[in-house]
Each structure stands twice: as structure tokens, then as C-alpha cells.
Design a protein around this ligand. Structure first.
Ligand code: FES
Length: 506
């Protein structure tokens, strides 16, 4: 398996920056606005669009580049169901799964309207979705039947189908009227449009949020606003929802094949794989395969899961070229529904817990947050409120989340196996090393220079782990991620890892 790119680059972001990629400045002054949107992925961009349409003065900032961090790593699949409808139905009942279906159908229409209105060149098209199993076993058949029933309870109309793949499925069903697009090109086009209407800044991280003052601090200036929208995948800083979410990573690969699947979204549930054909910005057709969920900070799993995914594809398709491999992070809420809306601070709005279904939830969040800021209240806003308390529906999720945090907060500190010696850290790699009587996060850059960091995550003090395929320090507790040299890549932490002197002194 030969990789064409690093693992932070997906099939969508591979050819960029293209000449058409909009570039936005870094904020270097103080600003005042009605709303500051933090995060330039699909959620932040659509929220900014709606709020701007509603007459609000909006400023949008992104810590890096538009849509490269999460949205650009997604599959581009848009579906009205969620990944596990029978589980959602069992927890919440038919009324709520029907509400979820209606909300998500509205989210897809929101994206479709933006595509048409702004003439966004992103390959948007309506396609069917297939759900099936390869192996003919009783428990798997029951699972398909349960899922089909949950779809029906939600108001969808699944019909029996064995899908459009070059290999046989034992059973399954299809649902019409779903959609696919290139999420990165969608966001770039949307950002280019927004940049002509509102101030948009890149490479402008929020380093602090003062809800009381209504202020977002960045390295180059402060943005004062009546409302702050944290569209950052996981809200920055301390927020109760982080204690209720499990954090996973999932692998994706794209390969050239001679026998691509029929247009549509293909979910193979017994192997937990998602497949789709895709045309990249370069015009080349690819097969995208996604799967191999694993917890953040589980060293080696990403590489293993990527290899398993690659082998899975090669056993079923005629692969004709190299592989692009990447991975993305997911936040799984304890009760199965995302957290969208006002936080404990009336003026701070959050959108998180989208699991693997984030593109459509992002569009739903944009609508609901806009309604909340402009004074519209709805049943959907109450259902998805981040302030909801659902102990009966959340118990298992809470137990898993807290067990994970305690395992890493306490367990990682008392692990006594001998850490790697600094001389064993290869060029371009990192490791936790016992040095000068303290544990350090050591990275040796390709030029051979050592970078010594504190391994203590600034969010809530868990120890970060080195993620070699992604070349990042990842926190297993709530999913913060840091560059090899310590800069913050993804919150909830708001600052990078503390640098230590190369000799190990503070
Ligand atoms: Fe919460 Fe690191 S992300 S402790």
C-alpha cells in the first residue's frame, strides 16, 4: 500500500491549494460585531450565511484554513437517517426518530438550496442509500430487519435491495432521495461568497473566550460580539458536554478501481464499512472506503485499521492505483443526539456530538442556532439543547466516557513501563520519554532537532499520546490534538502544549 499524501489530507483536500482556493487574512485588529462565529467548517459557514441573511453583523474566524480540519476529511455523504437508527429508536421512541429524520431532511435541503443559490461547483447530486450485510447469519439478518423497522418508524420508505456493489450482499435495503457532494469544494465556494459580505479570517485561533464580556480573544485582536458561536467540532474550553461525549477516530482511504460501485451511499454493517464512488476536484474517479473506528490515543490502531481497510477493499474491488489515506475525529454523545444550541452562558452557542453524521447535523445546527439568536424557539431546539439532562438515555455513554477519562487521567500517570529513551525517537516521530525526572513529549523533526513539550493536556490535565500516522499529539480524554511542536490543532483545549527547554528544564 503506497500512500500519496499524509494522513491529514483527504481525497477532497489533496489537490489544494488550487488557484481557486480563497485565501483570507489573519485578524490583526479589534472588531465589533453582532455575532462572532468560531470555526470555518460546514457548521460555521452555514451559520454565518443564515445570520448574515437575517441582517446580523457577523465575523467568522478559523484557526487554520477553511474546512480543512474536519469537514474536508468527511465522506461527503448526506443522509436523513443516522448511523444507528434502531439504537436511536430504542432510546427515544418513534416520535423522536421521526423528528430527527425531518430535521436532517431539512438539513440536506439547506445544503441543496445553498448549492443552487450560490452556484457552488461541488458535485451535489441526489442518490440512493444502501444498507446491507455480506454474511448470511441470523443475528445479522435480525439487525437489518430492526434497522429497516426503525427507518419505517422514522417515516422513511426502505425497500429490499442487495445494493449496487461488485460483490454480493446477503440482504439489505435501499432508501431514495439522499445526496452526495464534495464537502470541501462546497465550503470553499461558500466561504468565497461569504468573504464578499462579511469579515472572514484564517490562521486566527480563539485563544480565550470571555462569555461575560462577550469577547473572543485571538493572537492579533479581540472580537466583541453579543453572541459567540463555537462551531469548532468540540466547543473550546470547559463545557459540560465534553464530559458526556466519547471521542473516536475513524480511517478513510481513497483508491482508483476498475469496478466502482453504483452511485449512492453504501453501508456494509457486518464489517462496519461505508463505501462510495467519488469524483475529486481533479476530475478523477475514486472509491472512498471508511471504517476502523478506534479511541483517540490508541497508538498503532490507526495504522492497523487503515491496513485492514485497504485489505478489505482489495479483496472486493479491482484496485488499479495508489492509496490516499486519512483519519477523522468523531464525538459521540451519551444519549445519541447532538448538542446544538445555547450553553450555560446565554450568549455562547455550541454545536457538537455529531458522531459520523456531521455534515447534515452541521446544516441543522446552522438553522437552529440562527433561530435561537434571532429569537425563534422550537421543539427541535428543546430536543437538542446542550442543557438537557437525560440520565436514563445517557447512562451507558456516561459510564464509558468517565471510565475512559479516569483510565487516562490516572492510569497513564502510574504506568511504570520504561518509556522510550530520547535517542530512540526517530526523525519525524514523537514519544513520551522519562527525562530529567519528568515525563516529556519529545518530537524529533526531520532535520533532527528535538522539541520537548509538557505532555499534560492544557484542557483537563490528561496525558497526550503520539499519533504517528497523523503526526500529532492526541489527548485521549476529550480529543484535543496538537501539532508535533505543540501548537493547538483541535480543541476543546484552547492553548498548545507547554514548551520545555531542550535540556528538559521548564
Ligand atoms: Fe480534555 Fe485533554 S482534551 S484533558
Amino acid at each position: 500500500m503506497r500512500h500519496l499524501a499524509d494522513t491529514n489530507t483527504s481525497i477532497w483536500t489533496l489537490p489544494s491549494p488550487s488557484p481557486d482556493t480563497p485565501a483570507f487574512p489573519v485578524l490583526e485588529t479589534d472588531l465589533h460585531a453582532d455575532v462572532v462565529v468560531v470555526g470555518g467548517g460546514i457548521t460555521g459557514l452555514l451559520t454565518a450565511l443564515h445570520l448574515s441573511d437575517a441582517g446580523q453583523r457577523v465575523v467568522l474566524i478559523d484557526a487554520g484554513q477553511i474546512a480543512r480540519r474536519n469537514t474536508g476529511l468527511s465522506t461527503g455523504n448526506l443522509y436523513t437517517a443516522v448511523s444507528n437508527m434502531s439504537d436511536l429508536s430504542a432510546r427515544w421512541g418513534g416520535g423522536v426518530v421521526g423528528q430527527v429524520r425531518a430535521l436532517r431532511a431539512g438539513g440536506i435541503r439547506t445544503i441543496e438550496r445553498a448549492v443552487r443559490r450560490l452556484a457552488l461547483d461541488c458535485g451535489f447530486g441526489r442518490v440512493p442509500m444502501f444498507y446491507g450485510i455480506e454474511h448470511d447469519a441470523n443475528d445479522l439478518r435480525v439487525r437489518v430487519e430492526q434497522e429497516m423497522l426503525a427507518y419505517q418508524r422514522a417515516g422513511l420508505t426502505p425497500s429490499a435491495s442487495r445494493g449496487g456493489l461488485p460483490f454480493a450482499l446477503a440482504s439489505g435495503f435501499r432508501v431514495e432521495g439522499q445526496a452526495q457532494f464534495d464537502p470541501y469544494r462546497f465550503c470553499l465556494g461558500l466561504a468565497a461568497h461569504l468573504g464578499r459580505r462579511i469579515p472572514v479570517f484564517e490562521s486566527t485561533p480563539a485563544v480565550d473566550v470571555d462569555a461575560g464580556e462577550g469577547c473572543v480573544m485571538t493572537p492579533g485582536g479581540r472580537i466583541h460580539a453579543r453572541h459567540i458561536v463555537l462551531a469548532t467540532h468540540s466547543p473550546a474550553g470547559f463545557n459540560l458536554v465534553q464530559a458526556e461525549m466519547e471521542v473516536y477516530r475513524e480511517c478513510g482511504i481513497a483508491v482508483r478501481v476498475a469496478d466502482p460501485p453504483a452511485p449512492g451511499i453504501h453501508w456494509i454493517k457486518d464489517s462496519e464499512r461505508s463505501l462510495r464512488a467519488a469524483v475529486a476536484a481533479t476530475g478523477e474517479q475514486w472509491l472512498i472506503a471508511v471504517g476502523g473506528k478506534h479511541q483517540v490515543g490508541e497508538q498503532h490502531r490507526q495504522q492497523e485499521e487503515t491496513q485492514r481497510l485497504d485489505a478489505y477493499v482489495r479483496e472486493r474491488f479491482q484496485v488499479t492505483g495508489d492509496v490516499i489515506a486519512w483519519s477523522a475525529q468523531q464525538f459521540k454523545p451519551a444519549d445519541g443526539l447532538p448538542y446544538i444550541g445555547g450553553s450555560a452562558h446565554d450568549n455562547v452557542w455550541v454545536a457538537t456530538g455529531f458522531q459520523a453524521d456531521g455534515l447534515v447535523w452541521g446544516a441543522v445546527a446552522a438553522q437552529l442556532i440562527t433561530e435561537g439568536i434571532t429569537g425563534v424557539h422550537s421543539d427541535a431546539a428543546r430536543l437538542l439543547s446542550p442543557l438537557r439532562i437525560t440520565p436514563m438515555k445517557s447512562a451507558k455513554g456516561w459510564a464509558r466516557t468517565n471510565a475512559t477519562v479516569i483510565k487516562h487521567l490516572v492510569g497513564d500517570r502510574i504506568k511504570r513501563e520504561m518509556p522510550t529513551h530520547v535517542d530512540e525517537v526517530n526523525s519525524g516521530c514523537g514519544a513520551l520519554v522519562e527525562r530529567d525526572g519528568q515525563r516529556q513529549a519529545i518530537y524529533r523533526d526531520p532535520q533532527g532537532q528535538l522539541h520537548a513539550l509538557s505532555p499534560v493536556c492544557p484542557h483537563m490535565k490528561c496525558l497526550v499520546q503520539w499519533n504517528d500516522p497523523a503526526k500529532s499529539w492526541d489527548c485521549p480524554c476529550h480529543g484535543s490534538r496538537f501539532a508535533p511542536t505543540g501548537e493547538l490543532l483541535e480543541g476543546p483545549a484552547m492553548t498548545g502544549l507547554r514548551r520545555l527547554a531542550p535540556e528538559g528544564g521548564p
